[in-house]
Design a protein around this ligand. Structure first.
Ligand SMILES: [Zn+2]
Length: 276
């Protein structure tokens, strides 16, 4: 076989970032000065959506996060505006547990049919996943049938708030937690993949884990991917990339996994979580 047959024409990208223009500019500046990352596509939200749509992305699921206390409210106002502007768009909204009316805000947002839940970027937000300040949020999310998107792995850089041990503690408390783990759990790929067998609510997204030049390439056997194809979601991290998004797609295609793998990871699993 020299090419993937039946690769879906229209795909779902479950991990895109959209921020208000000024905040995006500040984030790209920070990436450049802190990590030496020169983002390939410094384009703002409308151009991002146009670009991905032209590349065959049928549904975009984007997120943003509150890197500090006090900004989630405005970010979420912006999210509601963007969701109104683009009826095919889905969002993991911003949350910070120290904001005054954080839970009331969360409750209102979760009533929106295209807000899937919340993004927590634990590396940047600097709290533990099993911080008890988050328990009421987790319980509300489960009660309302929504999800989390978590950056909880220690790659490309880590600190004490991320990593498998912290996440395991959370899952011991909430074994049914519905959460997408960004970057397949990089760099602890084996340990995060094993969670899929024990915890039914966990999905892993592919962002950055299949970029061969990134230094965080997925290091498990490809059979692991085939065996867990029902629990893996394609995500690009667009536009916050320093390598073209096609490299990730081509890397995955180059494993010559089953047609079913590509159909599920690039489309059907995403549709299932969107309730379509
Ligand atoms: Zn991301």
């Amino acid at each position: 076989m020299d090419s993937v047959q039946n690769f879906p024409d229209k795909i779902i990208d479950f991990h895109v970032h959209l921020f208000p223009d000024k905040l995006f500019d500040a984030i790209w500046k920070y990436f450049a000065s802190t990590y030496g990352f020169n983002i390939l596509h410094e384009i703002h939200y409308q151009e991002c959506i146009d670009y991905l749509t032209k590349q065959g992305v049928e549904y975009i699921v984007y997120s943003n996060y509150a890197h500090k206390k006090g900004i989630a409210k405005d970010l979420n106002k912006w999210n509601l505006k963007v969701l109104d502007e683009y009826p095919g768009l889905y969002c993991f909204a911003a949350y910070h547990p120290d904001d005054d009316d954080a839970l009331a805000m969360a409750r209102d947002l979760l009533d929106h049919p295209r807000i899937l839940g919340f993004k927590l970027q634990l590396l940047v937000q600097m709290f533990y996943p099993d911080d008890e300040r988050l328990f009421p949020l987790y319980e509300m999310i489960m009660e309302k049938g929504k999800r989390l998107l978590l950056h909880v792995g220690n790659g490309p850089v880590g600190n004490s708030y991320v990593g498998i041990e912290n996440f395991r503690r959370l899952l011991e408390r909430y074994p049914d937690l519905p959460a997408n783990v960004a970057h397949m759990g990089a760099m602890e790929y084996g340990a995060f993949t094993e969670l899929l067998d024990r915890f039914p609510g966990i999905f892993l997204d592919t962002t950055w884990a299949f970029l061969p030049r990134s230094g965080l390439m997925f290091d498990q056997k490809v059979e692991v991917l085939e065996n867990h194809k029902e629990r893996i979601l394609y995500g690009s991290d667009f536009p916050n990339l320093i390598y073209p998004r096609e490299e990730e797609i081509n890397c995955l295609k180059g494993f010559y996994l089953s047609n079913d793998f590509y159909q599920r990871v690039f489309r059907d699993n995403g549709l299932q979580l969107l309730g379509k």
